[in-house]
Design a protein around this ligand. Structure first.
Ligand code: IFM
Length: 460
């Protein structure tokens, strides 16, 4: 077992702490279906991910989230663990079918109590609670009525959002509508990779519009109950790099960026879809939809993992991968995060930003009670440095949440991909903080010492 001094911070790590405004938080994230387990406990209804993961051939080794990290039963000790890692914020998602088993009608008191107690315990431990309403797990009962292809689902979502804002909005720091609507629409309805597993590009475009509409309706319904929480949405984004300076590669980079980033950013922040996409299937947009979708947001969550690489030639020019590729096959490209944010600053009136996810999967091994993961430390260092550049460039960044607090169920990839700061041994559910977790704790504590010193200096 290593001693903590071996995780000591470098001088440049301390410099990182200095780059952010007071109040900037360092935390970690997870999502309901990926960690909770207890899939049918205490009245939880089935979601589309229960159905999908139990369908043969959809996930690696047929793995499901039935047990996952057993967090639904271990939540108290998990929060204690977060406290021991000095996390300042925890981002979690609410399982809609746990709190409203059919996605409409009756609420489930036991499901609601779970999140209520979780929020209180986080606050007791001085960890900011940040919640997301939808991290891909639509109640199956709503899918049976057409799911996100059915415009009515957007109204059911707004009702659900209002209920949660009423119950938890007094204590949450942020409350987001959707996590990564691109994944729900494109991976779930065009590529068939995620639940509900459709392969229909026109359907996916319509779904993306209904997701955005549901976001706008939910913003309004949540505002009507005046929650203290800041309200917003979390989008997955990447900078796009053309492989060469050829007109074809540059045009492809622009197109990929428009489909991945601008398709969601522009309606929310500018009130219109980007017109240079030239998609075959434009969604059915009704009068008033764009006004709803562009309801002002209090914060924008961004999830950043890698960049988009655009090569139009055959065979394509491979990405240089100078800093390596992680266990998901994603290139490590930290400078893309700062570039993306500085670019946004030019193109939009940005609300305050939280980085709601950023992390890497490694083939971590538990050896003699510890997990050595220097690549993850480098990954976080690089991305925080890039974020610091954006902060110094004038982007208002309020927090950074590492993905993920612990290893968990990585959707169609099952349990083989390990993103966590904490290693999970699934057969025993033993949690072991990795070296990156110790390093991250030291970084957080150094940041806290620094801001305490600054406060003393200001008041002296
Ligand atoms: O695990 C996912 C998470 O659910 C959403 N964002 C990306 C992560 C890594 O793939």
């Amino acid at each position: 077992m290593k001693t903590f001094s071996q995780y000591a911070l470098s001088k440049s790590d301390l410099g990182l702490c200095d780059a952010f405004a007071d109040g900037f938080v360092l935390g970690a994230a997870a999502a309901a279906y990926q960690i909770e387990g207890s899939a049918s406990a205490d009245g939880r209804g089935p979601s589309i991910w229960d159905t999908f993961s139990h369908t043969p051939g959809k996930t690696v080794n047929g793995e499901t989230g039935d047990v996952a990290c057993d967090h639904y039963r271990r939540w108290k000790s998990d929060v204690d663990l977060m406290q021991s890692l000095a996390l300042e914020a925890y981002r979690f998602s609410i399982s809609w079918s746990r709190v409203q088993p059919s996605g409409s009608g009756a609420w489930n008191p036991m499901g609601l109590a779970f999140y209520d107690q979780l929020v209180d315990r986080l606050l007791e431990k001085s960890i900011q609670p940040h919640a997301t309403l939808y991290h891909w797990d639509l109640p199956q009962a709503l899918q049976d009525k057409g799911g996100w292809a059915n415009r009515d689902t957007a109204h059911r979502f707004a009702d659900y959002a209002e209920e949660i804002a009423t119950r938890l909005g007094d204590r949450l720091v942020t409350l987001a509508t959707h996590n990564e609507p691109y994944c729900t629409a494109t991976l779930g309805h065009e590529l068939g990779k995620f639940a509900p597993g459709f392969r229909d590009a026109a359907l996916a475009t319509q779904v993306s519009h209904h997701l955005l509409l549901s976001h706008g309706l939910a913003m309004k319904s949540m505002r009507s109950v005046s929650p203290k929480a800041a309200l917003g949405i979390v989008l997955n984004q990447s900078a796009a790099s053309p492989a060469t300076e050829s007109a074809e590669d540059v045009a492809l980079a622009r197109l990929l960026y428009a489909k991945f980033v601008r398709w969601y950013m522009d309606p929310i922040l500018l009130g219109r879809y980007p017109d240079e996409i030239g998609i075959q299937h434009y969604p059915d947009v009704q009068v008033g939809d764009m006004e709803l979708i562009s309801e002002p947001i209090d914060f924008l969550g961004i999830n950043y993992y890698t960049r988009l690489w655009a090569s139009a030639s055959t065979p394509p020019v491979p990405a240089p991968n100078a800093l390596g590729v992680n266990d998901m096959g994603w290139e490590t490209y930290p400078s893309g995060l700062g570039d993306l944010l500085l670019d946004h600053r030019e193109n939009y009136r940005l609300p305050p930003i939280y980085i709601c996810e950023n992390g890497m999967a490694c083939a971590d091994q538990l050896v003699d009670g510890s997990v050595s993961d220097p690549a993850r430390i480098e990954y976080v260092r690089g991305h925080l440095a890039s974020l610091a550049r954006a902060s110094q460039g004038g982007v208002d960044i309020r927090g950074y949440m590492y993905w993920s607090v612990m290893d968990n169920y990585e959707w169609d990839s099952g349990y083989a991909k390990r993103f966590g700061l904490v290693h999970v041994d699934y057969p025993t559910q033993t949690r072991t903080p990795k070296e990156s977790a110790h390093w991250y704790r030291e970084l957080i504590e150094a940041k806290q010492r620094l801001s305490a010193t600054q406060k003393i200096a200001v008041t002296a």
